[in-house]
Design a protein around this ligand. Structure first.
Ligand code: G1P
Length: 294
């Protein structure tokens, strides 16, 4: 049986949509409540059974790797002061059976190029891709879109691309799926006929947008190796998946959770409010604050 054990998380972007906040710190290290965005998505991957996390990174972003490393001085200090809960929180960021490695993307040639940088580590295994700008707010053992996508792939061997509906005037910001007029039910999958990156509104085959979660066979790495610049002059993951469609079934998986685009200001603020309303330490106070504003 095909097991999905690896995830590629591209983190080499410059974060221009959240400048100046992301000038000296990676946008992936900006906190949503008490964890950086990257920790939220790594936890999502771990909850879906992923054991190897492959970060595709660049210079100036080593704080992402540091976050998942041990911090001896801090740990010793917390232990000395008997701050056991905090000590556990920083020691248990990832379980001991999960490993994280980082690979450099030396040139910014697009998402497809970034994913291909991990080809030698993926080898001939299927893999997940998580775009860390997008937070999916449903991480729990019973309710995890990525876990459902993994299960669907492991049963059917068909690649799974997470999609959600977007307003038609926003289609040019996304990869858009042609599902032959079929609208998959939330939590369900349907075959994709074609995939196009950032189409003009009049050319979009639907309003079903790719939302930053993918389960892909190793074959995609070979298709990316031959990748030609597409939309925006960049090597696009969407184009490689569109080529894969000609060879095998690729399915659109319709998400059930709420998503927040933390790569832009409004999405980032919404994520903080949504997650803040779920956090034991902040929920009550934040609820009162929001009520006082209204
Ligand atoms: C990327 C993908 C696009 C996808 C989007 C949101 O675009 O290329 O297909 O719809 O993420 O997950 P970007 O936002 O990096 O321009």
């Amino acid at each position: 049986m095909l097991k999905v054990r690896k995830v590629v998380i591209p983190v080499a972007g410059l974060g221009t949509r959240v400048l100046p906040a992301s000038k000296a710190i990676p946008k992936e290290m900006m906190p949503v409540v008490d964890k950086p965005v990257i920790q939220h998505v790594v936890e999502e991957a771990v909850a879906a059974g992923i054991k190897e996390i492959i970060l595709v990174t660049r210079s100036g972003k080593s704080s992402i790797e540091d976050h998942f490393d041990s911090h001896y001085e801090l740990e010793a200090e917390l232990a000395r002061k008997n701050k056991t809960a905090l000590l556990a929180a920083i020691q248990q960021i990832i379980p001991p059976d999960v490993s994280i490695i980082a690979i450099r993307q030396a040139q910014a040639k697009g998402l497809g190029h970034a994913v291909h940088c991990a080809a030698s580590v993926i080898n001939d295994e299927p893999f997940a891709v998580i775009l860390p700008d997008v937070l999916v707010n449903n991480v729990s053992a019973e309710n995890n879109d990525l876990a459902r996508m993994v299960a669907e792939f492991e049963t059917s061997a068909a690649a799974q691309i997470m999609v959600g509906e977007v307003p038609v005037e926003k289609v040019q910001s996304y990869g858009i799926a042609d599902c032959d007029g079929v609208m998959p039910a939330a939590g369900g999958s349907t075959p994709i006929k074609g995939l196009v990156e950032k189409p003009a509104q009049q050319d979009a085959p639907s309003n079903l947008a790719v939302i930053g979660r993918y389960i892909l066979p190793a074959r995609v790495m070979e298709l990316l190796a031959d990748g030609q610049p597409g939309a925006g002059g960049e090597i696009q993951l969407t184009d490689a998946i569109d080529s894969l469609l000609a060879e095998q079934t690729v399915a659109a998986y319709k998400m059930t959770g709420d998503t927040y685009d933390c790569g832009e200001k409004l999405g980032y603020l919404k994520a903080n409010i949504a997650y803040g309303l779920q956090h034991a330490e902040t929920a009550e106070g934040l609820k009162e604050f929001i009520a006082s504003l209204a």
